[in-house]
Design a protein around this ligand. Sequence first.
Ligand code: FEO
Length: 401
Amino acid sequence: MLHQRVKLSENIYWIGVNDRRTHLFENQWPLPNGVAYNSYLICDKKNCLVDTVEMGRMDTYIEKIKEVVGADGSIDYLIINHMEPDHSGAVKAVINEWPSVQIIGNAKTFPMLEGFYGINKNLLPVDEGDTLDLGEHKLHFYLTPMVHWPETMMTYESTRKILFSADAFGSFGTLDGGIFDDEINLDFYEEELRRYYSNIVGKYGLQVQKAMDKLSGLDISMIASTHGPIWRSHIPEIVAKYQKWSRYETEEGVVIVFGSMYGNTEKMAEIIARTLSEEGIRDIRIFDSSKTHSSYIINAIWKYRGVILGSSAYNGGIFTPMRDLIRELEHIMPKNHLLGIFGSMSWGGGGVRTLEKFAETIKWEVVAPPVEAKHSARENEIEKLVAIGREMARKLKEFRN
Ligand code: FEO
């Protein structure tokens, strides 16, 4: 049993759990590599939990807490940095075990706590800059709204210099033995970190920037997120990634996404991709919107500057999976992309027309005139597809040093 707890420092423990069973995070984002719900326990004159875990894991979670504090040990405080149920799901279980626990949150936390769980007692509100002394450990609270919900805050423990960062710096993927960044081959998390950021937090780039500015003066030895590895040896690297992603900084490369019923639009995608390659673009990713979940496509779009979208028409509009993708993009509104548009139709069109409207909404620069083929691309359209590829490559190369 004792192997289940992991020390961050002498009296601070990781007591998180892994979820390899759930298929969809927030019931919509695929979890092929699972996810970890991280919780932490600070043992001192007053024992303090930082966030809990998802409801389905609460028995294991309570066991883990007792493993540290003992069957008769007390929990005096529970900090709720973030109310989303993947972290607040075991709050009721904690209260059942330790009824006098004081729950720490801010003015936006407690209405959610009552709304989700009917909990409205033993609340200890904190505000920006407030502190709490546990004995040896001193806690400082920073409000970081919209990273990822309005009530989200972070807690900094100044004795050990540990930042409990809620969702920020988190990743999809379970912790398979290694808990700290230097215990793990981080290649495993490379894509899942960005997929988590781009799909879960990415809409709030400005708020992420504000939070990072606010925390920039702290001396941090460890970042303990609610998901993924604990950062202690690669803090500058993970902070740099968040700086880059929240500023929508992209790399040279092109994501081509197509929606194709009978293969004609897919053939058009291949022509553009080959042109890009001939023009010297090395990172080209083609996705079939019917097959690949949008979270992977959005993850790739967060990385690469070029985006080329192609769709067949469907009942006078755009092909359904492409409609879903562009709606998601309009919701998140990533910036700093170059756009190409193509597609096919059988009679009245609709796919390319919808993509042109999308371009106006999202305000990405369209690199060349859109191409729409009737039934299938012929010589005239093929020339225009090549022009899209060439123009995209030319504009991308302008960013080279
Ligand atoms: Fe991991 Fe926003 O919850």
